[in-house]
Every structure is written in C-alpha cells, then in structure tokens.
Ligand binder design. Sequence first.
Ligand SMILES: Nc1ncnc2c1ncn2[C@@H]1O[C@H](COP(=O)(O)OP(=O)(O)OP(=O)(O)O)[C@@H](O)[C@H]1O
Length: 254
Amino acid sequence: MTPLLAATDLAVGHGGKALIRGIDLRVDPGSVLCLLGPNGAGKTTLFRTLLGLIPPVRGRIVLGGTPLAQLSLLQIAARLAHVPQALTTPFAFSALDIVLMGAAAGLGPFARPGKAETGRAMAALERLGIADLAGAEVTRLSGGQRQLVLIARALAQEAAAVVMDEPTASLDFANRRLVGQAIRGLAEAGIGVVLSSHDPDHAAAVADRALLLNRSGLIASGPVAETMTAANLTRLYGIPVRSELGQEGRLRFY
Ligand SMILES: Nc1ncnc2c1ncn2[C@@H]1O[C@H](COP(=O)(O)OP(=O)(O)OP(=O)(O)O)[C@@H](O)[C@H]1O
C-alpha cells in the first residue's frame, strides 16, 4: 500500500539547525498516528515541515507518492489538510462559512463557492453530527464545537490525510472525548490522521501508532501497544510513569 504520507531519515529544525533527527514515519489510509513529547520537543516544527511550511534539515518526505519538495503549497493542501489548535476569528463567520473555506480550497482566488461546495460543506457538518450548527456564529460556539467545525473544514477539503496540532488542548473531558470520536470517524472514512497530544491516555485511545520524541531525540516509533509503554513514557517525560490496562482493554497512565 502506498502511504498517504511518509518520511524517511528526517531531521527537522529551524534555520538549518536540527532539533530532532532520524524520524521515520508513515501514515496509511484509515490510520491515526499520534506524536507525544514534552513542551519544546519539536512536534509543531515537525508538523510545519510535513505541511511544507519549513524545509526539512535532512531527509525525504513523500506525500501521496510525490516528493513534498516537488509540490506547491496548494498541491500540498489538496493532499494534507491542517486542523489548527483552535479556531480564532474576530469575525462573525457562521460554522458553514468556515467549513466552506475548506470546500472551496481548490477554487481559484476569485471564484465563489457554488452548490457543489455548499453540498460538500454541509455533508462534512452532517458527518460530524453538527449540521444543526451550520448557521451559528462560531464566536458563540463552545471550544469543543469550534474544534468540530475545524475538523469539518478539513473533511470538506477532501484531502486524503489530516494533520492536527493538539486538537484537544484546552478542551474539557467531554469535548476531548467528542473530538476523539470525530478523529476515529475520520479514520473510519479512510482518512489518515497525524496529531499531537499532551495526554497519553487520549493518545492511546485514538491512535493506532505513536511517535515519541523529546529534546534528546526519538524515543520510540511504532504501534501504540509497543511504543506507549510505561518505560518509554518515563524516558519521554523524565518522571516515573506507570500504566494499567483499564476497562475495554484501554491503556491508562498515571
Ligand atoms: N520560528 C522559529 N525559529 C527558531 N526556533 C523556533 C521557531 N519556532 C519554534 N522554535 C523552537 O523550536 C523548539 C521546538 O518548538 P516546537 O513548537 O516545535 O515544540 P513543540 O513540541 O510543538 O512544543 P509544545 O508542546 O510546547 O507545543 C523550541 O525550542 C522553540 O523555541
């Protein structure tokens, strides 16, 4: 199977100086990869590199079978959608307006979204169970609802893969669970997801694979059951971490 996104022997950093080296990763259709690591480890830097916003210090990134270096930012966006940490806009956009931005991402700068784009945007809102919020002003929505709107925007973009930088940061327990379910829903629809999280319990619940990195480099990369061990998390965060298998066979860390 051709991975949606693959990186080999990747080093990322700023101004040509590597922060992390030796990253190998792949994202297949329908799979979820979670990046875990302490503040400043380089997760956002890695994401920005995968999105083509900063050049890799070393190594190779292939997006949908084409080297990233050969793709324009527009071509990258058509293959890899970005869900930012939070939706911040001072304008009174409706949820549908925001999702239409994703649906219309492939149109030229002066083209107006038409019926097809509106249909795609509404379908994305429906898929996430928030069609009733289409006309709501996003500044009045809760943090969890706003995050779902952002995920709907990525869905409407119809990219095969999605990058989400800490999509559950600042969300309460219930909204974290809701967004987690939405992420699994994307995977069930065949989309490949890469996200970062500061919550190992949440990561173990939503991800199939994990990539653990801290300032000393890569700690582990592979299936959740093999990488998210108490020993690896102890190394990752530099504090003693223990794990237990909770109900439904879910890993919990404390
Ligand atoms: N534009 C930049 N130029 C130079 N250094 C930068 C730049 N952006 C980030 N850094 C540095 O790169 C390092 C990694 O930052 P990054 O934001 O990638 O970490 P992170 O793992 O996402 O952290 P957090 O979990 O806190 O979001 C930090 O030391 C940061 O100060």
